[in-house]
Design a protein around this ligand. Structure first.
Ligand SMILES: [Zn+2]
Length: 299
């Protein structure tokens, strides 16, 4: 790259990022408020009406949004007020959640509604190549059942340490995984773009877009299951930290803890609070007779 082209290339990249960002702001506004008038989107997002019209035309051409039924103007002639809304009928997104006992694969529409879902037990073990190939096959079967809906992309979530930018599960002790190139493997199996993230951060994003956290700008999410981790967002930003290590709380020491941890220490948060420990203690005290955490909840 010559010095003279560097600034314009950088500017073009910045413009591209800005355009994508404002397109996603428009799309998110339609998701939250649709059916919604373009003028309302402009007011809500602070973008110019011309820019909103432009984005809506492009999102419409892509089939992501469509014009909803016109609302009747209260008085007079003039152009009818035609709001836009998400078009949830044309696309599906694949979701994969790799949990300790099983993998869940699902298809979701653009409103985040589950269209189809299947649970795949790990059966013969958690060798990463096999688990991911099973997940890709399971998704492939769901895509085939989705009829004319076009698959857009795939999101993969798992506990443990997940490096979003690299698309890698760096470490998941309970699965026995280390440096598993999830994005590459699932991408090669399916031919679709793949996003990989830690399940706590993925849940924060899900709650934000589709759940009860809609509209809130900051959020703290604590997950306690077989793994224990956290995710947090401030000012509309989910924090990842260097190599996506933000929210790694599994090995924080819990005062008075007695459980030995895989890391060699005693009393780490994850091993003290995990479902396995909870079930074992409940069994020891005669609360339940099985290893099923739901039986603890019922008891
Ligand atoms: Zn530990």
């Amino acid at each position: 790259m010559s010095l003279s082209t560097a600034p314009s290339a950088a500017r073009r990249a910045a413009d591209g990022t800005r355009r994508r960002t404002s397109a996603s702001v428009v799309l998110r506004s339609v998701l939250e408020h649709g059916p919604v008038a373009r003028s309302t989107i402009a007011r809500l997002t602070g973008l110019s009406p011309a820019s909103v019209t432009d984005h809506c035309a492009q999102l419409g051409a892509l089939g992501l949004i469509r014009e909803a039924a016109a609302t009747r103007q209260s008085k007079g002639a003039g152009r009818p007020h035609i709001p836009v809304d998400l078009d949830a009928s044309r696309f599906v997104v694949g979701g994969v959640h790799v949990a300790v006992p099983y993998t869940t694969v699902a298809l979701l529409d653009l409103r985040g509604r589950v269209v189809a879902e299947r649970r795949l037990g790990h059966g013969e073990g958690t060798e990463p190549g096999r688990v991911l190939a099973n997940a890709a096959d399971g998704l492939g079967a769901l895509f085939a059942e989705a009829g004319d809906r076009t698959p857009l992309s795939i999101g993969v979530a798992a506990g443990g340490w997940v490096d979003r930018d690299a698309g890698i599960i760096v470490e998941h002790g309970l699965l026995g995984w280390r440096d598993v190139a999830v994005r590459e493997v699932i991408g090669a199996h399916t031919g679709l773009p793949v996003q990989v993230d830690g399940h706590a951060r993925a849940l924060v994003n899900g709650e934000w877009l589709f759940g009860r956290a809609r509209g809130s700008r900051s959020m703290l999410h604590l997950f306690v299951g077989n793994v224990v981790d956290a995710a947090f967002a401030t000012h509309d930003q989910v924090h990842h930290g260097p190599r996506s290590q933000a929210g790694a709380i599994a090995h924080l020491p819990l005062e008075g803890g007695t459980e030995p941890c895989d890391c060699g220490r005693t009393g780490c948060l994850q091993v003290e609070l995990s479902e396995r420990t909870l079930c074992r203690r409940a069994r020891e005290r005669g609360v339940i007779r099985t290893a099923n955490p739901m039986h603890v909840v019922r008891a």
